[in-house]
Design a protein around this ligand. Sequence first.
Ligand SMILES: *Cc1c(COP(=O)(O)O)cnc(C)c1O
Length: 365
Amino acid sequence: MSVINVTRSSMPDFEEYCDEIKEIWDSHWLTNMGVKHKALEAGIKEYLGVDNLTLFTNGHLALENIIQAYKLRGEIITTPFTFASTTHAIVRCGCKPVFCDINPVDYTMDADKIEALITDKTVAIIPVHVYGNLCNVEKIQAIAEKHNLKVIYDAAHAFGVSKNGVSSANFGDAAMFSFHATKVFHTIEGGAICYHDEKLRESLNDLKNFGIHGPEEVPFVGGNAKMNEFCAAMGICNLRHLPQEIEKRRIVHEHYMKRLSGVEGLQLNPSQEGVSSNYAYFPVVFDNYKYTRDQVYDRLAKHDIIARKYFYPLTNDFDCYSVLPGFDSSKTPVAKYIADRVLTLPLYADLSITDVDRICDIILE
Ligand SMILES: *Cc1c(COP(=O)(O)O)cnc(C)c1O
């Protein structure tokens, strides 16, 4: 039997992609905001129901660029229960991450613990919609307004997630999406920022293109973070099939739920009130189960099934930060507890129910 990886990229038919790139071949316009870039930007805006969206070469640089567009300097309240990118973006932009603990139900930032961390240096909050679970967006918004802080969501896991009909792209001042190959919707590599203040568009467009505004005008110290035409073409194809892909993921998710819920020692992610999910990940927390998380991980690996310790380690436990003050996972005990026990199981649109059963049999045996 072949290896089952934790994820497998969705892809359009080869012919569909070839049709989409034909125009690029004919025009010789390969990057720098060409026709595919424009079409994808318009398509995603319509899908998400947003007015302002800027595409990037990946989600990480989208996040760095929005921090730079806001000229943030100081402390940013964030979560250590995330991918390396969130914390690195804050540090690389010269800000100081201040870690807020998570709640033990959906693993997003515990909004009740934010205010105690606010100082006169705090400039923003960067929460993460972990596994596609939405943060307590109402409470975070109220805190931000009271203390005059920007809110930038790392929504890398939440493309296609909405709450009471409002897309995750609309919460906070801005939301970053990743379109990496492993995400529910992808452009091979890619990302975007959605934002409410349309004045940001110019700065974001300049920042992603070396800070160049016109042939003789360079107002920003920018880098290069443009999405190319081939990635945009992949996105155009994948966007066409996204609703069906999410539906296939839902069926896999339901089957996991059926097999694993009610088992003593297994904590599953409950669905959130009013939230329509994208079924991005299937996390299981092994809490006093007959096997530890690491034992389950090893047992699956022996059968060529690759699960992922995601997120582990916490970003405030990373080696690169061991010399910096404030990076201390003992200050975020809930995040540490979950990170030590969580495993995300294989989940992708084309994962067969037979394979889901095999995975569950190994976990339960
Ligand atoms: C994937 C991911 C990112 C980074 O996105 P890239 O497109 O790979 O740069 C950031 N944050 C989270 C939570 C992610 O999962």
